[in-house]
Ligand binder design. Sequence first.
Ligand code: PMP
Length: 394
Amino acid sequence: MDFKYAKRMDFIKASEIREILKVAERPEFISFAGGLPAPELFPVEEIKEVCRIVLEEEGAKALQYSATEGYTPLRQWIAQRMNHRLGTCFDTDNILITHGSQQALDLTGKVFLDEGDIVLCESPTYLAAISAFRAYGCNFVEVPTDDEGMIPEELNRILENTQKVKLIYVIPDFQNPTGRTWSLERRKSLVNAATKHNVMIIEDNPYGELRFEGENLPSVKSFDQVGCVLCYGTFSKTFCPGYRIGWVAGEKSVIRKYVLVKQGTDLQCNTLAQREIAKYLELYDIDKHIAKIREVYKRRKTIMVQAMEKEFPEGVTFTRPQGGLFAWVELPANINARDVLEKSLEKRVAFVPGGSFFPNGGKENTFRVNYSNMPEERIREGIKYLGETLKQFM
Ligand code: PMP
């Protein structure tokens, strides 16, 4: 049979991370590859209780179809939380519940992107955002990015010289993959540039609540005077990714467009999951829970950074994140991280080569390491093996 696939399938490739994760999932592996939260921190006992209560008190409603926009008390909670933490002015109707922020990425493609449109992104950027947007036939222009975010002169130059820029996609807090955080000035200048050029900004913020060092910074959205910033959020990193509950927040007229496309995609998010999360938020103290996550990740990050300082050869540099799940390693230009991975897998240590985080290719001498998912001893052990492997390449 000659399967007549849609043209968009030409744009869609297997994710390298998923292939590596399949291997690294085996228990004998020390995996710095995925982006998995620490499973021992999931509040399993509390969730058991919450499930029981939801089914007993509102079972029929929790098992029924429900509104595309999402469960109102949960949307209310999210709006209040964002206003309090991110300096936004949202109410319930500014929020649409999505199946993780990953679905927000896909819906964004559906709402905004035509074939040949341009998405500006950080260099590097989140791999699965590249795949989600690329399915809609867009092209990417990577904006030169340093430790403080996109470089404003470069961003302005690109905006002035590029036709059909539809979106600027950024992860300003503890970015995936680099762990970097944008400075205040860069946040402001991004909004100014987008406002001037009438381009939408997507502020993807799955890690903002996981700051374990330094001062919180205002969101990009908090500088937005014209409604040009859309925010994504998620319960994946502060609660449990298995629920697949996230959200997109923005101007009501824009959110209404998302609601329309979500209806054609999946009608709504899982009613039971939304009610369970809302009940958890009502009965338990999520701030206490998040504080525990922060504490564990801070320890793991510190151990990883100290181990990298000790074990990695000279000429290898890496970021020192103040929050989130990832650090980013840069090797001398002549070393390909894919070759390093091949060797390190022999020692059962996995990470993700950095090349695929650059939508237009490039920087093969980089890789991403995750520190949230491995116990402390295994982090030390894994970085030691990785250091030994790196020394063979220097
Ligand atoms: N955006 C970024 C930057 C991410 O790192 C992730 C998760 N790895 C997501 C979106 C998707 O997260 P989820 O769908 O679980 O909310």
